[in-house]
Design a protein around this ligand. Sequence first.
Ligand code: PMV
Length: 324
Amino acid sequence: MIPINNQSVTATLPGKLMLMGEHAAVYGFPCLAAAVDKKLTVKLNKRTDGNIIIRSDYFKKTLQSDWQKITGKIEPAGQYLTAALRTVSALISDKTGMDMEIKSDFSGRYGLGSSAAVTAGAIAGIAALFGLNLSKEELFKLTYRSILTVAEDASGYDAAAVVFGGVIYYKKGDSKPEKIDAYPNLLVCYSGSKADTVEMVRMVAGKMNSHRKAVLKIFEATADLVEQARQSLISQQYDIFGKLMNFSQDYLEDLGVVTSKLNELILKARKAGALGAKISGAGGGDCLIALVDDSNSPKVAQALIEAGGEMVDTAITSKEVSIS
Ligand code: PMV
């Protein structure tokens, strides 16, 4: 990416969706994910007084800090952001203060990647503001490292999706994901309750401790589905991708991460003609995705709304992080 070193810089990031392989991804199995056309921007202006003033859609109040305080304790309001500031501060020698304004056209409650987007946006934006040239691979590495200080088991798929854009095939530990040129037509529906990813990951870890063999079997089978799904996306055979989504959902149910509301919505979507439907992400709430085509999309959306789901207006995008 281009170093800017201006008085003012804006980093723009997409949102993300998990397509397949959630939870297994935490244990190093592959997953498929995508960037979505929701937008988060981090706008930065240099200040001369050393202060860091942060205004964000996600906080109720304006936060005031400086580089010393930021490198100290992580504040609970905005853990991901303060972790990002700590990560990037170590790379910049000549730092003045700055105004930071974070704006987003998606709510943090949908689980569409606001944490990863804020983290990558702050790191990319600050690096550019202070003239540091980061490649996308470097930005991804720093973003993931920063996320790990808040969520120690995270696979990093969300950071990979918002930094690289498009549909990605990714494994924890990869320095960059494989990009797949596919645009499955997905409906995204919020189930009405917020998921706690860290809690869900912990719950699965408990099962891994008590029933290691059974959980590993689920993950190995999921990994096999992910490989087939990768092929189906490469060859644009979306009907096959839909069937694989349904299989993958069965394994997520076995894992015990699907709420009864998510399950109800998924069954309604399939009944209304969706080619496939499953949760997207940790489960325990948040969103489901339903694969549709132009002919059945309105009917599936209608069925989801009638069953109490909230449609989220978004689609897969090739857009990746950008700096202006
Ligand atoms: O709920 P989300 O969208 O943050 O997705 C979590 C996916 C997990 O595999 C459960 C965790 C991870 O870091 O991959």
